[in-house]
Design a binder for this molecule. Sequence first.
Ligand code: ZN
Length: 93
Amino acid sequence: MFCKNCGSEIPNNSIACQNCGAPTSLDSGNIGYFCLGCCVPVAGIVLYLVWKDQKPQNAKKCLWGFLLYIIFMAIYIAIYVGVFFIAGITGSL
Ligand SMILES: [Zn+2]
């Protein structure tokens, strides 16, 4: 196949262009991996660990999705705990 960045010929199974270093379609960092990491965080972190050397762009997307999930969970738990804390203080529970 040919590099979509510089146009030089590269082996079909390569993940990055040997000439310019641009990632190929095998490591496109597809937004789908971000969604996967966010919806199925276990799959996201596993794929990140598997891909972090071979497919760094895809791995990065998986990791970001996973991190977004963690952030949302932290916010959710903070709100949940906060509501119970406030309810406990006011005695309205
Ligand atoms: Zn290239």
